[in-house]
Structure formats: C-alpha cells, structure tokens
Design a protein around this ligand. Structure first.
Ligand code: KG4
Ligand code: ZN
Length: 332
C-alpha cells in the first residue's frame, strides 16, 4: 500500500511517499526557519501563511521524487494534531480535498504517534514491546509501545519540553533560533561540570520530567555572571546539555527496567542531539538494551512518519470524514 503523508503542524511543510508503512520512497521537508528566525521562535500566523504558499509544490515534489502519478497512491495520511491550529488546518484541508478529488481513502493521525513510528522507517526497527522516549519542541514523554497504534503514556513533562528548554536557553545566551542544534554545536567547545546546574529528576523513581527549573538556573547564572565572564558561553551550553542528557538517559533506561523490556527507542527533534545519542548508546550497552534511534532527518518533523502511522490506521479500517477537524492538544 502506497501512502502519501502530509505534515504541517508547526514550522515545516512536509510530504512523503511511503510503501507499506516502512519504506520511504520520497520525503520532502520545506523548513520555515528563515521566516521565524528574526522573531526567535515560531510565529503561528506566519507559519500558516507559509504552509499555504508551499503545500501544493511540496506535495508535487514528493510525487515527482517518487516518480509516481497521483493516481498511483492508495491513500493519504495527514497530521490532525497536536500542533498550531492554523498550521494544521492547511495540511488537513489540503489532504481532505486531495483525497476527495482522487477518490482515495484518507486518515488523520496524531503527530506524536508519527514520531514513535519513525523508528520503523530506519534499517533496524525494534520488536514490540519497547519503551520510547519522545523528546521534541512540544513534548517530552515516555511511552510503553505495544503495537504501531497503541502506546501507554508512562510519564511526561510537567512544564517545558526538552526541546523548548534548548530553544529558550539558546535565546538566553543570545545564540539565536532554532536553539537545539546551536546549543549542541556550542557545547562541543565547552566542558560540562565547570559550572554546575541541577539535574531535574523530580521523583527519581517516577517517569515525569521537568525542565523549567533547569532553565531558570541557567537564566540566573547568565544574569549574574555572564557579563563579567563572556567566554563561559560554551561551558554553560555544555553543562545545560549534559543536565538534560543525564535526565533523559536515566528515565528512559529506568523505564525499560520498570517494564522489563530490552528494547528502547529515542525519537523526536531532540533525538538529533549527538551527545544524547552517544550517551544513550553507551549506557544502554552497559544495561544490555537494544537502542533504536532514527537517522537525524527522521527525528525532526517529517511526513514519512505520518504516512507510516497512517498506514497502520488505514489497515485497521480507520477512515477520515470530511466533517473531521484538527486538534491543538492531545494525549495518545
Ligand atoms: O520534533 P521536532 O522537529 O518538532 C516538534 O514536534 O516539536 O522537534 C523540534 C525541537 C526543537 O525544540 C529543537 O530545538 C530540538 O528539537 N532540536 C534539538 C536538536 N535539533 C533539534 N535539540 C537538541 N539538540 C539538537 N541537535
Ligand atoms: Zn514533532
């Protein structure tokens, strides 16, 4: 079954063609970074307008890269939520109209389930069940995944998401947007531990997260010390990153132990972080856990993961209805 996936929940307009939920034939991602860069974050109205401008050409490019006429696709899968409502509506309305015109089935899917399913697009997919950490700009959640469309939420952030903390700390340090990648690069030039920030474990045995206290600790440090010591930016970035990596690694490995599960997955935009990937691989190896982390382009928002999860919903008989609407917030 060939599924056309469409994603427009935030600041990426994406389309992909995926066969049988696991083989990427084409994947196009049009980033809006340059539009939002001057504002230091995503401006929802500008995001929606840009999606409108590029959605047709992004879908056309994906089909052209796949070498397929639109009539050859079997179904359409589109992100229904969570995300920015105006942005979601562009992809969702487009997908409805496109599927209707082609007389093909379509289904609306959850963006977070898309991230979880991104591991099945990589060369060594996990076996069920596995424990997955989704760390992105909007979410930091731990799931026990029992099949492609079933996941039990074990814990989640009580305040900021991990990616959001990266973005806010980059802003505090005057490093610009988007912050995750920039902090990662800056951290390579610094040494963690020269400055000490707290590790927000909350209840050490629980699976909830909290990153706003860590962000506040960085802010206080920047306000008090950075003026006199401007060369410490790399050390601040390195220690902040290390604190986040410590907590994410610890909770994911504890989650696997708690569920007596020997497979773990790391997904979402923050999974692009090199230090996190390295640390998780090293610590999981010590614990005898098999780690599954998609390649970087599948960690960040893309439409291949939407087509992947859509495939399973379509196979299970789910179909979208023209009266369906998008949603901004949800839990799986
Ligand atoms: O999954 P994603 O592309 O979009 C959401 O669904 O939120 O994740 C974006 C988030 C941003 O907060 C970004 O700063 C973070 O992922 N990110 C990173 C890295 N690359 C992107 N965080 C840490 N290190 C990175 N290399
Ligand atoms: Zn995402």
């Amino acid at each position: 079954m060939i599924v056309l996936g469409i994603e427009s929940s935030c600041d990426e307009t994406a389309a992909a063609v995926v066969a049988d939920g696991n083989r990427v034939i084409a994947s196009i991602v049009a980033s809006q970074v340059e539009i939002h860069h001057p504002y230091g974050g995503v401006v929802p109205e500008l995001a929606s307008r840009r999606h409108v401008e590029v959605i047709v050409s992004v879908v056309d490019q994906a089909l052209a890269e796949a070498g397929l006429d639109p009539s050859r696709i079997d179904a359409v899968a589109v992100t229904q939520g969570p995300g920015l409502v105006g942005a979601l509506l562009v992809g969702f309305s487009f997908a409805k109209a496109y599927a209707y015109a082609l007389e093909k089935p379509w289904v609306g899917v959850n963006h977070l389930e898309g991230h979880i399913n991104s591991v099945f697009l990589a060369s060594d997919p996990p076996a069920f069940p596995f424990v997955a950490l989704l760390a992105s700009g909007g979410h930091t959640s731990l799931y026990y995944v029992t099949d492609p469309i079933r996941a039990e939420l074990m814990g989640q952030t009580r305040d900021d998401a991990a990616g959001e903390a990266f973005d806010k700390v980059a802003k505090l340090l005057g490093l610009g947007y988007p912050g995750g990648r920039i902090i990662g690069q800056m951290a390579e030039k610094g040494i963690p531990g020269r400055i000490v920030f707290p590790r927000p474990y909350l209840d050490r045995n629980g699976f909830d997260f909290s990153f706003s206290g860590l962000k506040s600790a960085v802010r206080r440090h920047v306000q008090v010390y950075l003026k006199d010591d401007p060369d410490t930016v790399p050390d601040i970035a390195a220690e902040f990153q290390e604190a986040v990596v410590d907590v994410l690694t610890d909770k994911l490995i504890r989650g696997a132990r708690h569920k007596k599960c020997d497979q773990i997955a790391l997904v979402g935009g923050v999974a692009a972080n090199q230090r996190l990937r390295e640390r998780l691989l090293a610590e999981a190896a010590r614990e005898g856990l098999a780690v599954h982390i998609p390649p970087v382009d599948l960690c960040q928002d893309n439409a291949a993961m939407i087509a992947a999860v859509g495939y399973h919903y379509l196979q299970a008989g789910f179909r979208g209805d023209l009266t369906d609407d998008v949603y901004s917030r949800t839990r799986i």
